[in-house]
Design a protein around this ligand. Structure first.
Ligand SMILES: C[S@@+](CC[C@H](N)C(=O)[O-])C[C@H]1O[C@@H](n2cnc3c(N)ncnc32)[C@H](O)[C@@H]1O
Length: 286
């Protein structure tokens, strides 16, 4: 089987809780942006693509009065999460094995909606659905969080990905991902060019990560890094506005160029070669 067809059930993704995507932090971002977010303590929280529940279970456990929900396509992930919930005797969390595309209005309204590590790795149909859920299932003053791969930082990663996918299509091997990454790391380290140095730095970042993460990033068929402003155009088309980033502090203003916040942030991504974003959104009317 070609590597890019392997599902999450065959190579489970290594998931972990993400403090920056905890409702406490999302509420902080919203408050800093001048909004009054829902009370975290008793909120309803939804995670899309929750994997084995590593994050949403941690949220439920830390906030026992919340009503937490997680959905994921992988039956294996959900079974693992349900076993954890049972072992912890948590009563305020539900994990459901389902496709995001099947979420309908009856699913209800949530104060905080989290979609981490999924948007860039799904079809455009699922991407549109993620943003429409962030709009149609979000409480009036709720906060939605969507993370995604961004350009320009992803350009170098895309080169590495192209190398991997080309190798895979030609050699049809299924067990050499680590060897291949090691080969590129050694080969680029030996070059004396600025490109070699840059490529080597990015490859070595990948080498520190779990195999499932490297696999998803470098071989998964669906992969769409996009500029921050492109993501925001899609979010705005759904009636959502930018609140701030959940991980990075507000970026410095460049007053001489333009006053628009989206423009300012995009310029800073270009300056810093940023490759990932954790965007917090709210309803546009707010
Ligand atoms: C790369 S993992 C990220 C998991 C987790 N959010 C994290 O960042 O640690 C993406 C997850 O999304 C799930 N997924 C992908 N497409 C999906 C869909 N259409 N509906 C529901 N879940 C989906 C996968 O099963 C997988 O667990």
């Amino acid at each position: 089987m070609p590597l890019d067809k392997i599902s999450y059930d065959e190579l489970p993704y290594t998931c972990s809780p993400m403090p920056y995507a905890h409702p406490d932090n999302l509420a902080k971002v919203a408050t800093q942006a001048g909004m009054t977010p829902p009370l975290v303590k008793t909120s309803r929280v939804l995670e899309l693509g929750c994997c084995d529940g590593s994050h949403i279970i941690a949220v439920a456990s830390s906030l026992p009065e919340t009503d937490c929900w997680g959905v994921d396509l992988s039956a294996e992930n959900i079974a693992t999460g349900q076993a954890t919930i049972k072992a912890l005797a948590l009563k305020n969390i539900t994990l459901k094995q389902m496709n995001i595309l099947e979420i309908e209005l009856q699913f209800g309204i949530f104060d905080y909606i989290i979609a981490h590590g999924i948007y860039s790795w799904v079809s455009s149909e699922v991407q549109t659905k993620i943003l429409s859920i962030c709009k149609n299932h979000l409480a009036p003053n709720g906060v939605a969080y969507v993370s995604y791969d961004t350009k320009p930082g992803w350009f170098m990663r895309s080169t590495l990905r192209d190398m991997m996918r080309y190798h895979n299509s030609v050699a049809q091997t299924t067990h050499q991902l680590k060897d291949l990454v090691a080969f590129f790391a050694d080969a680029t380290a030996k070059t004396k060019t600025a490109y070699g140095k840059f490529a080597n730095e990015v490859i070595n970042q990948f080498r520190q990560l779990p195999a499932s993460f490297v696999f998803k990033n470098l071989l998964e068929e669906d992969n769409e890094p996009l500029y921050f402003y492109e993501f925001m155009q899609r979010a705005q088309a759904q009636g959502l506005s930018y609140l701030g980033d959940a991980l990075y502090p507000p970026t410095p203003i460049i007053p001489a160029l333009h006053q628009d916040l989206i423009y300012q942030e995009q310029m800073m991504d270009l300056v810093h070669n940023r490759h990932f974003r954790h965007t917090c959104l709210c309803h546009s009317h707010i």
